[in-house]
Design a protein around this ligand. Structure first.
Ligand code: SAM
Length: 280
């Protein structure tokens, strides 16, 4: 990539961007790697890309160089804003910098039409951000896809299949509304400072028509089932009332455990919970 901007190391030094742990800051310096992340997001030409946590802007530069029509970048750390403004000068009218906390910024309102979300997420808010995107209404959502970097262990939970030891609430939610896969891993040495663990880039593509059920009911049944994941369902679902009736309605064997129930099984449980409530 040749955008005429200085190398990241120099940008970071000039703006005194010493990484802060409290903000989950592990910066990427290698523009070849951020170009690879941008490529993994697919064809960005004409896309509006939402980036959470641009930091000094390595990935931002790659997204713009890859042809994104517009990048809306939400950054909490005011120290990064000057460095980001320098990128905006090189790409006039294409970079919108939003200073704020992504957890309480209505990013959807800042984009027109369908957007793509691409980010090297701050690890301390990565799961709540993803959960927020997966539970958004209406569905199909305001974004076309998500290309997100997580700690590898979280990435593996997102894509885990029934029966796997790391299959849990996040896997059910992701599998219900999206098709998710790990694109590639990134070694700790690619970041400054290097985190303790490997990272993985995950691609999530929304399913146009997920099995019908209310998000809150699905969350209620998975919370009960995985809250006591070693117990049989007939035991763990007692927190929801008559577990045997719920299991019969959902055609599930009460001696099975949460780990072995696929997304369709949890959706049936969620629907049965709703119809029991409606009948009451
Ligand atoms: N995108 C940059 C890169 O790849 O080098 C930085 C990634 S760093 C892992 C995470 C970034 O998210 C940091 O710039 C941090 O300041 C920012 N951040 C942390 N918490 C945030 C929040 N709640 N909302 C928006 N940005 C946040």
């Amino acid at each position: 990539m040749t955008d005429g901007l200085p190398p990241l190391r120099e940008v970071i030094r000039r703006h005194g961007l010493r990484a802060r742990k409290s903000l989950g800051q592990n910066f990427l310096h290698d523009l070849n790697l951020t170009d690879r992340i941008a490529r993994a997001a697919g064809d960005l030409a004409d896309a509006t890309v939402v980036e959470i946590g641009p930091g000094p802007g390595a990935l931002t530069r790659s997204l713009l160089a890859a042809g994104a029509r517009r990048v809306v970048a939400v950054e909490k750390d005011p120290r990064c804003l000057e460095a980001l403004a320098e990128i905006a000068v090189v790409y006039p009218d294409r970079l919108t910098i939003v200073h704020g906390d992504a957890l309480d910024t209505d990013v959807a309102a800042a984009v027109e039409g369908r957007a793509r979300i691409v980010a090297n997420l701050p690890y301390n808010v990565a799961t709540p951000l993803l959960t927020g995107w997966l539970t958004v209404e209406p569905w199909p959502p305001w974004f076309e896809d998500l290309t997100l970097m997580f700690q590898k262990e979280v990435a593996q939970r997102i894509v885990a299949a029934p029966g796997a030891s790391n299959y849990g609430r996040l896997s059910v939610l992701s599998g219900w509304r999206t098709e998710a896969h790990i694109a590639f891993d990134i070694a700790p040495q690619a970041f400054v400072p290097p985190p303790k663990v490997t990272s993985s880039l995950v691609r999530l593509v929304p399913r146009p028509a997920p099995l019908a059920c209310a998000t809150k009911d699905l969350e209620t049944v998975t919370a009960a089932a995985f809250g006591q994941r070693r117990k049989m369902l007939r035991q763990s679902l007692k927190t929801l009332g008559d577990a045997e009736a719920l299991l019969a309605c959902a055609q599930l064997d009460g001696t099975r455990r949460a780990q072995d129930i696929d997304v369709a099984g949890f959706v049936r449980l969620a629907r049965c919970l709703a119809s029991r409530r409606d009948a009451a």
